[in-house]
Design a protein around this ligand. Structure first.
Ligand code: ADP
Ligand code: MG
Length: 275
């Protein structure tokens, strides 16, 4: 579905991504994780064609993404970003209709009537009662569902998510991830998601790509990547890794006082005390 090889990117001579190579197959969910500033959003922007790599190659369905005209690319992939919604004043239905732009002609007309599709998405996301409401009259969680509805209306084959659940409470987080998964199962959608929450990533992703200082620290199954030593090295805090009692996915328990910087302090304090 998507193949990335040898991708590198610098900003002002500062290397942000270095020789990144991976691929995601149809129907797969690939999670991108890594500390703040490690280059995750930059990578996602390159996958969506917003940023250009200095070197390396991204192929979508075997063809370089540079070769796709904008609307053709939008039929392949959709991006769900935080704060991706249009300004206030639009109704929920209007926003979902905006997701149809790759299929519209220059007059904004679509050869096929998409109102049935829009109705289905509204129902799926439990937004039907709000269809004629404008965005400013929705809660944060409802707005996030509208943003998801807009990309669903676009009917992409590849969905790119950049920290889609960061501002959501746990109920909405799970609802968002479950909705994406249900949609994915119905449509064989491929998902590449930057996820902040490692436990959520372990639950929903087939494989994880851990980025550290612009390089791939590890690519593999959640159990291969959420390794205690590796997490300690990359995040500088030592977790306890345990199996989820129901799903069996690895889950991290964080330990107060386990941050590397604190530990070094404790060691040096102890050394001083011994002198
Ligand atoms: P992440 O999403 O993993 O937190 P980013 O990809 O946003 O990380 O950023 C990685 C690094 O690249 C950061 O040091 C950031 O400051 C830098 N960076 C990102 N975009 C730009 C840009 N447009 N110009 C200059 N530096 C940038
Ligand atoms: Mg980011």
């Amino acid at each position: 579905m998507i193949e990335v090889s040898g991708l590198s990117k610098s900003f002002d001579a500062k290397s942000v991504l270095n020789e990144i190579s991976f691929s995601a197959s149809e129907g797969e969910t690939l999670g991108i994780i890594g500390p703040n500033g490690s280059g995750k959003s930059t990578l996602l922007k390159m996958l969506s064609g917003v940023e250009h790599a200095d070197s390396g190659d991204i192929r979508l369905g075997g063809k370089p993404i540079r070769a796709y005209p904008r609307k053709e690319l939008a039929k392949w992939l959709a991006v769900l970003q935080q704060d991706a919604l249009p300004p206030v004043g639009f109704t929920v239905r209007e926003v979902l209709e905006m997701g149809r732009y790759p299929f519209q002609n220059w007059l904004g007309d679509e050869p096929e009537d998409s109102s049935g599709l829009i109705d289905d998405i509204l129902a799926e996301l439990r937004l039907t009662p709000f269809a004629e409401r404008t965005l400013e009259h929705l809660s944060g969680g409802e707005r996030q569902r509208v943003a998801l509805g807009k990309v669903m209306a676009q009917q992409p084959r590849l969905l790119l998510l950049d920290e889609p659940t960061t501002y959501l409470d746990i109920g909405y987080q799970m609802q968002m991830m479950d909705t994406v998964r249900r949609w994915q199962e119905e449509q064989k959608l491929t998902v590449v998601a930057v996820l902040h929450d490692l436990n959520l990533a372990a639950q929903y992703c087939d494989r994880l790509l851990l980025i550290h200082r612009g390089r791939i620290a590890r690519l593999g199954t959640p159990w291969e990547v959420l390794d205690r030593e590796l997490i300690l090295e990359v995040y500088e805090t030592e977790p306890i890794v345990t199996a989820h009692p129901v799903t069996g996915a690895p889950q991290l328990l964080l330990q107060p006082g386990a941050a590397l910087s604190l530990r070094e302090e404790a060691v040096s304090l102890a050394e001083k005390a011994n002198v």
